[in-house]
Design a protein around this ligand. Structure first.
Ligand code: ADP
Length: 515
C-alpha cells in the first residue's frame, strides 16, 4: 500500500476579522472601564475633597462679605442648605451670632465645653494668617486636638473623653474667615463640613460601575460582530470569485460593495481577470496558429519528399525548391518564437556598431529580386542621403524584413511597396509604405501586441504568427529608437522606425559617461 509520507506541517492561520475585532473592542472597553474606575472609584475621594474644600471656602467668604447685609440670616440659611454644612457667625459687637447646624458630627456643635476655646483658637489662627484659617482633621482625632488646646488650661479636667466625635476615620474641614464689619468690629465665620464621600455614595457608584461594565462589554461584543460582518462580507464574496478565477474562468465578476476599499479591490481584480482572459485568448490563438503553421509546411515537405522518392520523374529542382522553401518557413517560424521569448525575458542583447543604414537597405533589396522579377512586385527604395546609425546589423535587418514582408503581404493590387529614408534633427527614419486595405484606427495600437492578428480570414495573413510587429517593437526599444504606423483605410499603411544618427563625438561622450 502506498503510504503518504508527507509531513503534516502546522500552518498558523491569522485570526479572522471577527475575532480580531472582538479582541480590539474588548481591549478598548477594558481601557474605558479602567479610566472610569480610576476616576469614579479610586480618585473619587480626592476629587470630592477638592471640590468640597472649594465650596466651603466660597461659602465662608460669601458670608464674610455679606456680614452687614440686612438679610444675612436668609443668606446664611440658603448657603447652609445648599452646601449642607454647619455655619457659625460670631459678631464681635452687639449682634447675636448666626448658627446653622447641619450634621451630627459637626465640630463646632459637638465641642461642647470646648466651643469657646475652639473658637478662640480659630480666631487667633485666622488673624495670624491674613484673615483665614483652614483646619483639616480626622474626626476621631478631633477630641485629642481639643484636649491639646486645653493642656495649659486648669479647666481641662472638667471635660471627659465622652465628647470625642463619632470616632470615624472621615476627614472634616473647619474653615474660618475673620473680616471687619462696617462698624469696625470683627466678624468671624466658621464653616464646617465632612470632606470624605459617604459610604453610600461609594457603594452606589461601585454598583453603577459594575452595571456599566456589563453593558459596555455586551455592547462591544455586539458591535464587533456587526462591524466584522459588514467588513468581511464583501471580502468573502471577492475571495469566492477569486477561487473561480483561479480555476481559469475569466468571465467571473468581482463585486465589492459596502466600502471604498472593497470596491477598488473588486475593480482591480475585474481588470486583472480581463487582462488574463486576453492573454489566454491570445495564447490559445498562438497555439492554434503555430500548430497550423507547423503542420502546413511539414505536410508539404513530407508530401513532396514521398512523391520525389516514389516517382523518379518528380525529382525536379522545382519540387526540391518547394521543400527548401517550406523548411525555411519552418525555420523562420521557430526563430520568431525564440526571438519573442528572448525579448520577453529580457535576455536579448544588441551589439551596437556604426551601420550605414542606407547601404544596408539597398543590399536588402536584393532579397526581393525574385518577388520583383517573377511575381511583378514593385519594391522601391529612396534615400535623401547616406546615413549612418549605431545599430546591431542583424537585428535591424530583421526589423526591415518584417516590415517589408508585411507590406508585401498586405499591399494592394498594384503590388507596390515603397521604402523611404529621411534624415531629420539627428534621427534617421525608415518608412515602409504599401497600398493595401489599411488598418482600422482602433486596431493601430493592438497590432504591436504579441500574437495579435487583425485579419484572421485574410488568406496570406493567415500564414503570419502575429509576432512580427511585436519583435520589431522589442528590437527598436533595445536600440532606444521609436517605431509607429500611419494608416488610411482603402489607401494603405506606412510602418516606420527611427534611430539616432551616428556621430563619433556623441558616441565618445556616451562611452566616457559610462566609464
Ligand atoms: P503577422 O505575422 O500576422 O503578420 P505581425 O505582428 O507582423 O504578425 O502583424 C500583426 C498584424 O498587423 C497582422 O496580422 C496584420 O493584421 C496587421 N498588419 C501588419 N502589417 C500590416 C500592413 N502592412 N497592412 C495591413 N495590416 C498589417
Amino acid at each position: 500500500m502506498k503510504q503518504n509520507n508527507k509531513k503534516r506541517t502546522f500552518k498558523w492561520k491569522a485570526p479572522s476579522i471577527k475575532w480580531k475585532l472582538i479582541l480590539y473592542m474588548l481591549g478598548f472597553s477594558a481601557l474605558i472601564l479602567i479610566v472610569l474606575w480610576l476616576f469614579q472609584i479610586v480618585l473619587l475621594p480626592f476629587f470630592y475633597k477638592f471640590i468640597m474644600i472649594r465650596q466651603i471656602k466660597n461659602t465662608a467668604h460669601t458670608l464674610a462679605q455679606s456680614a452687614d447685609d440686612a438679610n444675612i440670616d436668609i443668606i446664611a440659611e440658603e448657603l447652609h442648605e445648599e452646601s449642607n454644612s454647619c455655619i457659625y457667625m460670631l459678631y464681635f459687637d452687639s449682634r447675636s451670632p448666626i448658627d446653622y447646624h447641619a450634621n451630627e458630627d459637626c465640630a463646632i456643635h459637638n465641642s461642647q465645653g470646648y466651643t469657646v476655646r475652639l473658637l478662640r483658637e480659630l480666631y487667633q489662627r485666622a488673624k495670624a494668617n491674613d484673615g483665614e484659617a483652614i483646619l483639616l482633621f480626622y474626626q476621631d482625632a478631633f477630641y485629642a486636638f481639643l484636649k491639646q488646646l486645653n493642656r495649659s488650661d486648669d479647666m481641662r479636667d472638667f471635660f471627659s473623653d465622652e465628647i470625642a466625635l463619632t470616632g470615624n476615620q472621615d476627614e472634616s474641614i473647619l474653615y474660618t474667615v475673620v473680616s471687619e464689619t462696617f462698624s469696625g468690629s470683627d466678624v468671624m465665620v466658621v464653616v464646617n463640613s465632612p470632606i470624605t464621600p459617604v459610604d453610600a455614595t461609594i457603594n452606589t457608584l461601585s454598583t453603577l460601575f459594575l452595571f456599566i461594565a456589563g453593558v459596555i462589554v455586551i455592547l462591544a461584543l455586539l458591535l464587533s460582530l456587526l462591524i466584522s460582518r459588514r467588513i468581511s462580507k464583501p471580502i468573502i464574496e471577492i475571495n469566492d470569485s477569486a477561487k473561480i478565477l483561479a480555476e481559469g474562468r475569466y468571465d467571473v465578476n468581482f463585486r465589492g460593495h459596502g466600502y471604498r476599499e472593497a470596491g477598488e479591490l473588486a475593480d482591480t481584480l475585474n481588470y486583472a481577470a480581463e487582462e488574463l482572459s486576453k492573454v489566454d485568448t491570445l495564447k490559445n490563438e498562438l497555439i492554434a496558429n503555430i500548430s497550423h503553421d507547423l503542420r502546413t509546411p511539414l505536410t508539404m515537405i513530407s508530401g513532396y519528399s514521398e512523391i520525389m522518392r516514389d516517382l523518379p520523374g518528380e525529382n525536379t529542382p522545382e519540387n526540391c525548391q518547394i521543400i527548401i522553401d517550406e523548411a525555411n518557413r519552418l525555420t523562420s517560424l521557430v526563430n520568431d518564437v525564440l526571438d519573442i521569448s528572448k525579448l520577453q525575458s529580457g535576455n536579448q542583447s544588441v551589439n551596437l556598431e556604426p551601420l550605414c543604414i542606407t547601404e544596408a537597405v539597398k543590399n536588402a533589396m536584393g532579397r526581393y529580386a525574385k518577388l520583383r522579377d517573377i511575381d511583378g512586385y514593385i519594391i522601391t527604395f529612396e534615400a535623401d542621403r547616406d546615413a549612418v546609425v549605431s545599430a546591431d546589423r542583424t537585428r535591424i535587418m530583421q526589423v526591415l524584413y518584417n516590415l517589408v514582408n508585411n507590406a508585401v503581404t498586405y499591399t494592394g493590387e498594384d503590388k507596390t511597396v515603397r521604402i523611404t529614408q529621411c534624415c531629420e534633427k539627428g534621427r534617421v527614419r525608415i518608412s515602409v509604405t504599401d497600398s493595401g486595405e489599411g488598418i482600422e484606427a482602433d486596431k493601430l495600437t493592438l497590432i504591436w501586441d504579441r500574437y495579435y492578428k487583425v485579419d484572421k480570414v485574410h488568406k496570406r495573413a493567415a500564414m503570419g504568427t502575429g509576432l512580427g510587429l511585436s519583435i520589431v517593437k522589442g528590437i527598436i526599444e533595445l536600440h532606444h529608437g521609436r517605431c509607429g504606423v500611419e494608416s488610411k483605410l482603402g489607401i494603405g499603411s506606412t510602418f516606420w522606425f527611427e534611430l539616432d544618427e551616428y556621430s563619433p563625438e556623441i558616441e565618445d561622450e556616451k562611452k566616457e559617461t559610462v566609464d
